[in-house]
Structures are given as structure tokens and as C-alpha cells.
Design a protein around this ligand. Structure first.
Ligand SMILES: CC(C)(COP(=O)(O)OP(=O)(O)OC[C@H]1O[C@@H](n2cnc3c(N)ncnc32)[C@H](O)[C@@H]1O)[C@@H](O)C(=O)NCCC(=O)NCCS
Ligand SMILES: Nc1ncnc2c1ncn2[C@@H]1O[C@H](COP(=O)(O)OP(=O)(O)OP(=O)(O)O)[C@@H](O)[C@H]1O
Length: 274
């Protein structure tokens, strides 16, 4: 039975998940991604569409939180949230007229929402990511036969995609995004700068299947190298850093490349720390 505490907790978690998506979309500037300045490398998306999509997912995250509340981490939980997650993808496509605005984000935030609700007292990001990884590692027995871009990329290159990132407990959030965000905050940088540095730390490390799908291996290496160099140059605080950011944005937009996987992992990071 749904108690008032249970329902309130679910609504609060869903609100946090939607806020993480909204904050990620609004963060500006971001190379190749939709932000408040422009649509990056995307011709079918806009900031308005990202915000419509984020709000349309509130019910999905609320349902995930409600079924997961104090639920043991087991195959049954995996199957219940897989069902809700797939319905969430349909809700997203209905709200956006068929545009994939948040597929990867539904996956990452859905799992983290589930883990937070299964252990309502837990606050530690690492333990929440580990629990999400355990949930993601149960087999997805009812996955429909579908050819996705991620599968095509993984057939071509030996990389980890969104599924493996989650199953391993989000190693790039642990080792790249969180340390970059905390380091920038500790240096007295603005929250906006800290979030952009967290995004670029992800872009320097993640094998993003969105980049590999639209581009190729040298593109992924070039984006990783420029992102790493931006961080090494102390980001926007130096002329070299600002030049590198500009070059990286131009590179992405000229080749229509978009680091969607890193954007999803940034939203997941914001969900964990806020
Ligand atoms: C695992 C998912 C993402 C499908 O993966 P696949 O690689 O086949 O899909 P696809 O290429 O279409 O989308 C992947 C998306 O993940 C993001 N991504 C890309 N690379 C990475 C990466 N290395 N790490 C993290 N995210 C990434 C991007 O946004 C990309 O668009 C997921 O949609 C799924 O299986 N869902 C089933 C429903 C479910 O179980 N949900 C439970 C929680 S809601
Ligand atoms: N601000 C953002 N801008 C663009 N993409 C984002 C943003 N935030 C998250 N994403 C992620 O990027 C993914 C969309 O990327 P992309 O449009 O490259 O994929 P696609 O629709 O599968 O492929 P394609 O458009 O090449 O056919 C979504 O799954 C979404 O989760």
C-alpha cells in the first residue's frame, strides 16, 4: 500500500531527477549539446524541447521511486523498473514528436532513482551508484528486439556503452565527474564553472557512443584530447583554456558531433550531489 511518506518521498525524488535534467540542459556553454545559447550539433532539438521532455518524465521517475521504495535489490525490481523505463521512453517520444531527447538520461537517472528509493536513508553517492549497478546487472529478460545506435557502435569498436557504465556502478562519475566538480568548488570557482569542468572531465574520459555513432574513432580521440587539455589549462580561467573550449565547440559543431552520453552522466552527477 502507498503511504503518505512513501508517496511524498517518491515525488521528492522525481522532482530531483527532473531538476537534474533541467539544470543539465540550462548549463551554458556546452560543446555540441543543446544549451541556453544554441542547439549545438542538433537540428531536431532545442532548449524548449529539452525542458518539455524533462517535465514529461516526472511521472516516470515518480513511479520508479514508488515501486523501488524499500524494495529488495533483485530481478523483480529490475523488471518492474525496466517496464516503467520503457514506458518513459514512449512518454518522451510522445512529448517531443519522436525526438530522442533523453533516452540515455532515463536509463541513468531511472537506475539512480531506484537505488535511492530502495535505500531511503542512504546519502553516499558511491553506495547509491553501486546499488544502481547491481540493479542494472540483473538480466533485462524482456528487452524487445531493437537495433540501437549503441549496439551498432559496440559491434564496430570495443567500447563500454551506457549499459556497462551503469552495471559497473558509474565509474566515470566516480573517477572523473565528481572529483572535477569537487576540485573546482574547492578552488573557489563558480558552480557553473565547476559543472562545466565536470562535463569536460567526462568528455575527456567517456567512450561516448553518440560521438562514435555520428563520427569515428579519431573524432572521439580528438574530443577527449581537447577536453583534457581544457582542464589542464585551468578551464575558463586562462586564455589557453578559453581558446581550447572554443576550438572544441567548433570541432563538434562542424562535424555535427554531440557528447550526449557525457551530458547524461553530468545530469546523473547533479542528481547525486544536490
Ligand atoms: C541501456 C540503454 C541506454 C540502451 O542502450 P543502447 O546503447 O542500446 O542504446 P542507444 O544507443 O539507443 O542509447 C544510449 C544512450 O546512452 C548515452 N550514452 C552513450 N554512450 C554512453 C556511455 N559510454 N556511458 C553512458 N551513457 C552513454 C547516450 O545518451 C545514448 O544516446 C537503455 O535505454 C535500456 O536498455 N533501457 C531498458 C529499459 C530499462 O531497463 N530501464 C531501467 C531504468 S529506467
Ligand atoms: N543537452 C543535451 N543535448 C543533446 N543531447 C543530450 C543532452 N542531454 C542529454 N543528451 C543525450 O543525448 C542523447 C541524444 O543524442 P543523439 O541525438 O546523438 O542520439 P540519437 O537520436 O540516438 O542519434 P542521431 O540523432 O545521431 O540519429 C539522448 O539520449 C540524451 O540522453
Amino acid at each position: 500500500m502507498l503511504t503518505a511518506t512513501h508517496a511524498g518521498f517518491g515525488a521528492a525524488l522525481a522532482g530531483k531527477a527532473v531538476k537534474a535534467l533541467v539544470d543539465e540542459a540550462l548549463l551554458t556553454p556546452k560543446p555540441g549539446l543543446v544549451d541556453a545559447r544554441d542547439n549545438g550539433s542538433h537540428t531536431d532539438m532545442s532548449l524548449e524541447l529539452m525542458l518539455i521532455s524533462a517535465k514529461a518524465l516526472e511521472g516516470t521517475f515518480r513511479e520508479i521511486a514508488q515501486v523501488s521504495y524499500l524494495h529488495p535489490v533483485d530481478q523483480s525490481l529490475r523488471e518492474q523498473i525496466a517496464f516503467i523505463g520503457r514506458e518513459g521512453e514512449k512518454a518522451m517520444l510522445a512529448a517531443t514528436n519522436g525526438v530522442n531527447t533523453h533516452k540515455g538520461a532515463i536509463w541513468a537517472l531511472g537506475l539512480l532513482t531506484s537505488a535511492r528509493a530502495a535505500f531511503p536513508e542512504e546519502r553516499d553517492p558511491q553506495r547509491i551508484m553501486n546499488a544502481a549497478g547491481t540493479i542494472a546487472s540483473f538480466p533485462d529478460r524482456f528487452r524487445p528486439e531493437q537495433r540501437t545506435h549503441g549496439q551498432a557502435v559496440k559491434r564496430k569498436y570495443a567500447v563500454m556503452g551506457a549499459a556497462e557504465e551503469a552495471q559497473l556502478g558509474f565509474p566515470h562519475i566516480r573517477e572523473a565527474a565528481l572529483p572535477a566538480l569537487l576540485r573546482a568548488r574547492a578552488c573557489g570557482k563558480t558552480e557553473e564553472e565547476a559543472r562545466i569542468e565536470a562535463l569536460l572531465a567526462l568528455m575527456a574520459a567517456v567512450d561516448d557512443t553518440c560521438i562514435l555513432h555520428r563520427g569515428d574513432w579519431p573524432d572521439l580521440l580528438a574530443i577527449k584530447r581537447m577536453s583534457g587539455a581544457f582542464l589542464a589549462a585551468d578551464g575558463f580561467r586562462t586564455r589557453t583554456g578559453r581558446k581550447l573550449f572554443h576550438r572544441l565547440s567548433e570541432y563538434c559543431e562542424a562535424k555535427r558531433l554531440s557528447p550526449g552520453g557525457s551530458a547524461d552522466l553530468l545530469a546523473a552527477t547533479l542528481f547525486l550531489i544536490d
